[in-house]
Design a protein around this ligand. Structure first.
Ligand code: DC
Length: 233
């Protein structure tokens, strides 16, 4: 197996609310790898497009705009900070409105092309855990380890609802379920890079598993697949 200079590429794909971010963070910590939350990058791009009032039906304008976006992820005291064109947008990109808008803007070709390039640059040397929808299928089809993390709609909506309620967002569980269903549909039915399990991805259903159980099974699977990782874990 070809070894990249900083380690392997681990891809974690799956629908929203399956627990990818938490697991990717813990797995990256465990391996001393860099976590790349590609969903945060799509959210940051959506926020920039909406703040600049770019007409999303005008793909030439979207492409021109995307040429000048710069999205950076930084780990500061254990917290992932998202910078979009120099501004800290970490909290603003997490509202339900931004989730729905991102699901829409992430269907646009110029947006995907711009972010695809920067994600590939960020991960090419390895030593990374990338999470998203198309990592194992499009961004890094040659990733050394691929996971597809899923959970039932009800469980994913329940988790999202609790997260939002904890932040004081006024949403109902029924609205959250409807949002999850709508985002699933938008993510998996789009033409470019739809949410799909790569053929060689390992499927994990987290509906009835704790975070620790999911992490433990991923670590074990990584270790079985890449014996060299043994020394790191
Ligand atoms: O993972 P998330 O919920 O933060 O992602 C936000 C949106 O971005 C989601 O609707 C799907 C989209 N996305 C994508 O199209 N491709 C990715 N690799 C990651 C996210």
């Amino acid at each position: 197996m070809k070894i990249r200079s900083n380690g392997i590429v681990i891809a974690i794909d799956g629908p929203s609310g399956a627990g990818k971010s938490t697991i990717a963070r813990l797995l990256a910590e465990r391996l001393d790898y860099i976590q790349i939350d590609t969903g945060a990058m799509y959210r940051a791009a959506a926020l920039l497009l909406s703040r600049a009032n770019v007409d999303l039906s005008d793909l030439v304008a979207v492409e021109e705009f995307c040429r000048h976006i710069n999205i950076r992820l930084e780990l500061i005291s254990g917290r992932q900070v998202v910078h979009a064109n120099g501004l800290d947008v970490t909290d603003q990109i997490r509202t339900p409105e931004m989730s729905l808008l991102t699901s829409r803007t992430s269907t646009l070709k110029p947006v995907r092309e711009a972010l695809l390039k920067s994600q590939q640059q960020m991960g090419i040397k390895g030593g990374v855990v990338l999470e998203g929808r198309d990592i194992g299928t499009v961004v890094f089809p040659d990733a050394e380890v691929k996971f597809y993390l899923s959970a039932s709609v009800e469980e994913r909506a329940r988790r999202r609802f609790e997260e939002l309620a904890g932040k004081g967002e006024l949403v109902t569980l029924a609205e959250t379920i409807a949002d999850v269903i709508q985002r699933d549909r938008q993510d998996s039915e789009r033409d470019i890079a739809p949410l799909r399990q790569a053929e060689d991805a390992i499927m994990i259903d987290s509906s009835r598993l704790s975070v620790e159980e999911v992490l433990a099974s991923m670590v074990l699977l990584c270790r079985n697949k890449i014996p060299d990782l043994e020394s790191l874990i």
